[in-house]
Design a protein around this ligand. Sequence first.
Ligand code: BGC
Length: 765
Amino acid sequence: MRRIPDAFIVIAKALIVSFNVLPVVAAVLIVGLPQMVAAQAAHTSVTPYKDPSMTPEKRVADLLSRMTLEEKATMLAGSGWMESAPIERLGIPAIKMADGPMGVRAWYGSSAITNAANAATVVTSTSFPAGETMAATWDPDLVQREGQVIGQEVKALGRDMILGPTVNINRQPLWGRNFEGYGEDPYLTSRLAVAYVRGVQSEGVIPSVKHFAANNEEYERHRIDETIDERTLHEIYLPAFKAAVEEADAWTVMSAYNLVNGVHCAESPYLLNDVLRKEFGFKGFVVSDWGSTYSTAATVNAGMDLEMPGGEPMQKFMARPEALAQGSGAGWLTADKVVAAVKAGEITEATLDRNVESILRVIFVSGLFDNPHVATGIVDTPEQRAVALQGATEGIVLLKNAGALLPNGVALLPLDAKKIHSIAVIGPNAAVARTGGGGSSLVRPKQAITPEEGIRALAGTDVKVTYALGVGMEGENPEQDGTEARAKLRKEAADAAAQSDVAIVVVGRYPKLEGESFDVATMDLPPGQDELIEAVETANPHTIVVLNTGDPVTMTRWIEKTPALLFMGYGGQEGGKALANILFGVANPSGKLPVTMPKHFEDSPAYGHYPGEHLKVNYAEGIYVGYRYFDTKKIGPQFPFGFGLSYTSFEYSGLDVHSSRVGSKEPAVTVTVKNTGARAGAEVVQLYIHDGHSPIDRPEHELKGFRRVELKPGESKQVEFWLGRQDFSYWSPEKKGWVADPGAFEVQVGGSSRSIELREPLELR
Ligand code: BGC
């Protein structure tokens, strides 16, 4: 029933009372009322784009039809450092962003407030492990939960969008941002990208899959032009974006700074239109990396939808001498420039509409238009912290455990606090929580646990714990960097080690040596750290070395002598606790390397083709990245991809391969894994496919499945794998598509790319 408008009743009553116009009123009511009611109803009914029951497509079309050219143009650039432009007249909200992906980089309220040391308001949030450490868990369920709780923190801090996940491939060990990504393998990276995006979007928060595409070095990141062949792009550098779009319907993708094959990513119709939109079916919007636009018409026409940052912060950003020197780009999609380009015919209005539509669609689909997020400020909850701790713990990789025994006959690892009296905790990363690498991903936590604190907590009061710095972290305190100062610190550490039952040396890097906008100078540990390890190992053979870095490091000087070695990566705020849990056996190590660790940088496939010359770098190694190279060319790595030890042992048996089930609903591969040791533990069962017949050059094998399986002592579980034709395919530049050549393949199953336990033939029809 339509309501008679209140205003009409009031006017009618007034007329009756004042002028005794009853007959007239009656006539009006009979003849005019239905019409008036209808008119009023049309006026008050919900404007189509405001009606949540309509499809996003209809809402977008309606809203777009109400926008002026200027309003549309305004939407293509940010209004601040971390906000898109709102259009108040139409109720289009700003999208408020926050950096990630390892948690919410403290942004709160006005985007002028940052987590810089001098910021007026410091906001803290949960610092999650680095992407590489999360990748070492091989646990998509956990990564999805991580995405979800990060999404909750984004909302709690009054933001709408998180700038992550980082899904760029670790092409070589010196990329400054290797720690942010999920390692060297496109399949593993894809699974985790999908998981992270699903988790974030499940909270109605907008993720941004970055950086599209092939941002694999920081060196000259605005100007470096990468030559990458089409097959390599499709097989190595694009799959994670494809999976995030096709499987998780990712709402946004961030374009990268670099050029690919002569074109800046933000201006590349090939990448943004042909690949992202047409091939992958992307329906969201593309946001530029901060300061990665270099033109107006070419950028808009290529399908780069939203330039960030914008407004005054952008002007300040661009005016910085280093921005100018580096060739940063921004300020190209301001409303005046876009309108001028439209009027000049360089951009059609249809193209402008398409870009605006992409942004509007996400505003509707994510729920942002109908349900703006309300900041509660509640972050770092026990649940969020628990996810961070689980990631840090599952992400620690036990690289070596030579079974060393203490003089009393007790095993060195896991440490037994009841059977030792003293521990020396040593190193520049022992008493400081080095939670992550540097740059936009670094989160400021409320509190972070150092390795020393974690170890003290589990050592208890009966074990004497001594701390020694051993060596200053390069560049942190100049007084510790001289030769004499180093010798003194090293001696103190060696003495502490000699006087203790066990020595634990925690070495690695920190944000000034490993982070965004610069590459790591060398694969070697920072100055003095190798010498420290050697000195401590000489003083006490019961030494455990812990690597707290995001990149592989050279270990050749000491690895032979080292009885026990752990790679903790960057564990976020709970890293120290996670490390102690592993050292004391509260948790059994289950992490596996998401990256090959070469012995020397010279062994890396990209060696000689990095960082490039005259602003050009040739990805000459092609598809032979990581284990695809080491395993095909039979080059021995320090530690292979997928590798990681446990305090228990596993046995593989009963590999069954059903060729006819490829592409069906039934598992094509089953295998049984048994815990043959005395402790509960988890094994990551990995499935690789070897192509024995295709006429085209193919790597020795490629990862196409994995499962993290928890097993009690003596327990066996059957693991199932589903395979599709895609798992046997390569990209054919001639056919412009994926091709699976029927014929003989081999299914390989094992605990790393170099420990294949079982293999069986598979005939693809
Ligand atoms: C980084 C992005 C980041 C953005 C905003 C850029 O320099 O490459 O990953 O999200 O800044 O801080």
